[in-house]
Design a protein around this ligand. Sequence first.
Ligand code: PLP
Length: 295
Amino acid sequence: MSDLTLCLIDRPTAPPGESVSIVDADPLQATVLATDFGVNRGDGIFEVAGCVDGRVHALDAHLRRFARSASMLDLPKPNSDAYAEAVRRAIAPLCAQRPGQEVLVKFVLTRGQEMGGTGGPAGWAIAYPCPDFAHDRSGIDVVTLDRGVRSDIMRTTPWLLGGAKTLSYAANKAALREAKRRGADDVLFVSTDGHALEGPSSSLIARINGVLVTPHPDEGVLAGTTQADVFAYAEEVGFRTETRPVLTDELAAADALWLTSSGRLCAPVKSLDGRPMAVDAALTAEWNDHLLARS
Ligand code: PLP
């Protein structure tokens, strides 16, 4: 049996209450047309969620952010019920094969046909085994890279779609290759006016004077579902949290940094631009255990 499972959604933006079919498909056969905007322009949106034993972590938060990304791209609203059903169907066989293990599910909406075709937006959910992130969860080397935008990008240049989870991740992947060339594992993007932003596929959490801080989504960063759940848990156990601009100068005073995301969860930063950072292994493990137990 393949360790990928794909469910296609025939009318991914059908209004609520209208009938939508979800069909199983072979993930290794062509299912998206070569005329699709998503394929040709990266014009579409996606989400990736983690799952264990059929529980999809933060599914509602992912569906809300998916709808928000659609609105930012002027796409029709995705049918959340259909996506939730496709996600559950796609993960079921993999979760059954892998009790207690992490599975990832990606769901996608494209703008539809760029040329020729008459079809509407394409939508699907694909489930796949989670890579082994044990190394990253024990500590990663991170370099800062200039994103080439100011921190007020959302106000001045909203068409750059900061904070939307679009299919256009080529620049994010290029930044990761640059990190590898510099001998690092990952990237922290910074703005031209000296604000720490986010990773190419992760949010930043910094502990500064005992307070957990993360950059504000108004600065063009994606509102992270993992970061939000870490903050909710940390507040319950007595941490103060702040969502606010984080200056790169403040990072020198941080007593710990993490990059957080749905698949890898919390990866503590063990060096930033070659400068060693303290890793709080116990707190990282506590957060990751909490995240894995989420429904
Ligand atoms: N920022 C960016 C640019 C991302 O692509 C991601 C996730 O892929 C995140 C932050 C973290 O978001 P989440 O924790 O919801 O996975």
